[in-house]
Write a protein that binds this ligand. Structure first.
Ligand SMILES: *[C@@H]1O[C@H](CO)[C@@H](O)[C@H](O)[C@H]1NC(C)=O
Ligand SMILES: *[C@@H]1O[C@H](CO)[C@@H](O)[C@H](O)[C@H]1NC(C)=O
Ligand SMILES: *[C@@H]1O[C@H](CO)[C@@H](O)[C@H](O)[C@H]1NC(C)=O
Length: 560
């Protein structure tokens, strides 16, 4: 309610409300036996400092008895309504208090009115609803008619649920698992004669409800958990009770047979337990499971069992025989097979190829050589074999979490002679000339030296070996004029090949006084001089130390 003065000033519109009362009444619910406190909540504008008279009324069909009159701080003006027999009190703030509420209070006090009166300041009233509830205190009781039913397209009563008694009336809803059961239309055959609901009123005003669960029955209902949910609600207050319905079976033919294994990751040699199960009620019997009739068999698997299909046939009284199967999946990885030559000719092309099979499929094949990663691809192709291609090749096959390896030792055979022709010599008569014949070969080569024009065998060559590099060094001399322009040959043979190298000595001058080294590497004269100086210095130090020892020795001898 508003009392306003409105002034219009040019374009401005000013509303000055002298007084305003706004209700914010809340509906109230209370549990049986409790004291209900019903506040009269309102806000005012423009009535500061004024104390109102609050009046409570009960709105009934044809009358509106006044329940209470309240003026804050004024006991003389606060009193209970005349002719009201119900024990009522009033709160310090004007709230109406109904002590120890009963369900009977719902008849008299379900609609209440609060009036706020500021006399000349204005007056307003607002309605609210009040309710007393009594939620069921006992759990729902569920019963079943039978434990076994035939399938049926018509509704069948399978059980019932009875709520505890409460007010307002409890509502029963059936659930199958988490899904509400569709209880059908109200004009269903069953509902015409009997709604399926029986209500029993108690003397205290509460009601208990018993409801039957009647549904068509199919395979999908067999052995399923149904629930009875009882909900009792008043305003924002609510109580939900959830009880399980007894389990029941529904007869239906077997239409699915499954064979399961206790293990999915099967390795060769593992023993697995296979179990055969069929649906259908009554429980099906197994007519054949891997030639037997037991529901469980064990199989110790070999590689050949991979992809083996094991069948099981089962049937129940209302079905035809149904077969299910299990396909064994064995994890394995074969040792790889390598194709390629173990012996390769130097310079020839060669290929190493590796193959392996497994379950799951081989996912990668790669190569190692002498323990080091060599190639991510398979096969390996070498266009021209070098001695460095010789070694231990390992093929590594992978599938799933398995790896398998195979090895091949590759030997490269052949001969490669160093064409460089070096003669290390000092062409002073009396000195020697050195001829070096180098060959890489496999297997080990033979070196034969000869002096051209001489029948005499040359046997003084020295052979050294470093890996597959063989060095035969022939030293001739002391040189004199007879060696001038003499030709030597070195004949190297290995792996059926022969290569000849020749060395021609230069003119030897007998009277050449100084040594001259023809080898291009020359002589580090400065280095030699420094070397000599260092050597002299060391000698000088040794002599000095020796002398001082001798001198000290003499001193001691004298003293003793
Ligand atoms: C109180 O209840 C009445 C009747 O049920 C309803 O119309 C009204 O909106 C409710 N008021 C509040 C504040 O909830
Ligand atoms: C009314 O209720 C109050 C509070 O429960 C109680 O103290 C009082 O004795 C009751 N009066 C009557 C007359 O029942
Ligand atoms: C009833 O209880 C069961 C088991 O606790 C639960 O799965 C189901 O959701 C509940 N139903 C309701 C409507 O609360």
């Amino acid at each position: 309610m508003m009392i306003c003065i409105r002034i219009v000033l040019g374009l401005f519109f000013i509303a000055k409300c002298s007084a305003q009362i706004t209700f914010m009444l809340q509906n109230v619910t209370a549990e049986v036996g409790s004291d209900a406190v019903i506040p009269c909540i309102y806000e005012t504008v423009g009535l500061e400092g004024m104390i109102p008279t609050i009046r409570w009324y009960a709105q009934q069909e044809s009358s509106r008895p006044r329940l209470y009159v309240f003026v804050q701080g004024d006991e003389g003006s606060t009193f209970k309504g005349k002719g009201i027999t119900r024990n009522l009190t009033i709160g310090m703030d004007g709230s109406l208090i109904i002590p120890q509420v009963t369900l009977a209070d719902n008849d008299e006090f379900s609609k209440l009115v609060c009036e706020v009166d500021f006399a000349s300041g204005g007056q307003a009233e607002g309605p609210l609803t009040f309710g007393v509830y009594s939620f069921p205190t006992t759990e729902p009781v569920t019963t079943s008619d039978l434990t076994e039913f035939e399938s049926s397209e018509e509704k069948v009563i399978v059980g019932s649920c009875e709520s505890g008694s409460g007010y307002p009336e409890p509502v029963i809803t059936f659930y199958k698992g988490d899904e509400k059961v569709n209880e059908g239309e109200a004009n269903d055959f069953l509902n015409v004669f009997n709604s399926g609901i029986i209500k029993t009123s108690e003397t205290d005003g509460t009601t208990s409800v018993k409801k039957t669960l009647s549904i068509p029955l199919s395979k999908a209902d067999d052995n399923m958990q149904f629930y009875c949910v009882v909900t009792t609600t008043m305003g924002s207050e609510s109580k939900m009770q959830n009880a399980t319905m007894p389990l029941f079976r529904v007869k239906y033919p077997t239409d699915e047979v499954t064979v399961t294994s206790d293990s999915n990751m099967i390795e060769i040699g593992d023993t697995i337990m296979l179990t055969c199960e069929g649906n259908g009620y009554p429980e099906p019997s197994i007519t054949s499971f891997n030639e037997g009739t037991s529901s469980t068999i064990s199989v110790t698997v070999t590689k050949e069992d991979n992809n083996r299909v094991i069948e099981c046939t089962a049937t129940n009284p209302t079905s035809v025989p149904v077969t299910g199967s299990y396909t064994i999946n064995v994890n394995y990885l074969d040792t790889p097979m390598i194709t390629g030559s173990e012996i390769v000719k130097l310079g020839a092309a060669f290929e190493l190829s590796c193959a392996s099979s497994g379950n799951p499929q081989v996912s990668s094949i790669m190569w190692k050589k002498n323990g080091q990663d060599y190639s991510q691809s398979n096969p390996i192709n070498v266009a021209s074999a070098a001695f460095s291609d010789q070694g231990l090749y390992q093929c590594v096959a992978t599938n799933g979490d398995k790896t398998a390896t195979q090895e091949i030792e590759v030997t490269v055979n052949g001969l490669s002679v160093n064409n460089e022709e070096k003669i290390f010599e000092s062409i002073d008569s009396g000195n020697t000339a050195e001829m070096v014949c180098v060959a890489e070969a496999n297997p080990a080569p033979s070196f034969v030296w000869a002096r051209v024009g001489s029948e005499e065998e040359v046997t003084e060559a020295i052979l050294t070996q470093n890996g597959m590099t063989y060095t035969s060094t022939l030293t001739v001399g002391p040189l004199d004029k007879t060696f001038s322009n003499v030709k030597y040959t070195c004949t190297v043979s290995a792996d059926g090949e022969t290569v000849e190298k020749s060395f021609v000595l230069p003119e030897i001058e007998t009277d050449k006084p100084e040594k001259e080294i023809l080898d291009k590497s020359g002589s580090p004269t400065a280095g030699i001089i420094i070397g000599i100086l260092v050597a002299l210095l060391v000698v000088a130090i040794i002599i000095a130390i020796f002398i001082s020892y001798v001198y000290i020795g003499l001193l001691f001898t004298r003293d003793s």
